[in-house]
Write a protein that binds this ligand. Structure first.
Ligand code: ZN
Length: 272
């Protein structure tokens, strides 16, 4: 039986309470939503945090407080963002690595982002990969475009990344590559053999399409308010857990079992 891994991106950097009033913002709310998502079948928490005003921050004490609260509730694998938010510099973005989380996102290239852009030059990507290596943190290699996979291969050749590799295909960011089944197939064939991957469809339609696409190609799934705030067309999701629950149902109906946090630790050889 295939095992499907579900990541939940609980809060993100750009989503606001105006987009969905159920967005968890404080460390307590994020921890509680993460626990509910864990109970619904999520085994990786993709974590962004916010300051007291609800703005995205890479502040270490806020990350620490949130991680400690999550840890008290469950053993979900914690992946911190190093993408941060638009406009943050690299030093700021890498700060939460000091806490030695299980995993971290590693953006593998520059991408337009609406009218803005997400900057990741090769030296910046190298620096981020080196920091993750130093702290023993497994990266999720986030690719917003096909060329980002080629960039990840440069880092592999340079010895900055070690297997097992876990890719995150970020599909449908406004400015990045759009989701369709054919594109997903090309991504899956382009990564090094034996790599794991998670499809991240941004926006309601792409998110649901990417879930089905990932299952068809034996990949993993990401859901959560960072990527999509809707349950159905025009209907907001009640919670992150509701989105995880649906993804888990779809996977089970396709004959997959849902990976536990311990499965993920073993699969991705995470440091204990
Ligand atoms: Zn993120």
């Amino acid at each position: 039986m295939n095992k499907t891994l579900i990541t939940c991106a609980i809060t993100g950097a750009e989503t606001t309470r105006g987009d969905n009033p159920n967005l968890p913002v404080s460390p307590e709310e994020i921890a509680s939503a993460s626990y509910d998502a864990f109970l619904a079948g999520a085994s990786i928490l993709h974590l962004h945090v916010r300051d007291d005003d609800g703005n995205p921050t890479q502040d270490v004490p806020i990350f620490k407080k949130t991680i400690d609260l999550v840890r008290k509730k469950c053993n979900i694998v914690i992946e911190v963002t190093t993408g941060g938010a638009v406009g943050m510099n690299l030093k700021e973005r890498l700060q939460p690595l000091q806490l030695k989380p299980d995993m971290a996102s590693l953006d593998c290239g520059t991408c337009n982002f609406g009218d803005d852009y997400i900057l990741n030059t090769l030296p910046m990507i190298r620096e981020a990969a080196m920091a993750m290596k130093e702290y023993g943190v497994r990266p999720t290699l986030e690719c917003f475009d096909l060329s980002h996979i080629d960039t990840s291969r440069v880092l592999i050749r340079e010895g900055l990344l070690e297997p097992p590799f876990h890719y995150g295909f970020v599909l449908n960011v406004p400015g990045g590559i759009q989701y369709n089944a054919e594109t997903l197939g090309i991504f899956t064939r382009r990564i090094p053999e034996g790599s794991y991957w998670t499809a991240m469809g941004i926006g309601g339609k792409a998110n649901l399409d990417a879930i089905y696409g990932a299952i068809a190609h034996h990949g993993f799934i990401r859901v959560g308010f960072e990527d999509n705030v809707y349950y159905d067309r025009g209907i907001l999701a009640d919670s992150n857990a509701q989105l995880v629950e649906r993804a888990a149902d779809i996977a089970r109906n396709a004959g997959c079992s849902i990976a536990t946090a311990d499965d993920v630790r073993e699969m991705l050889a995470l440091e204990q």
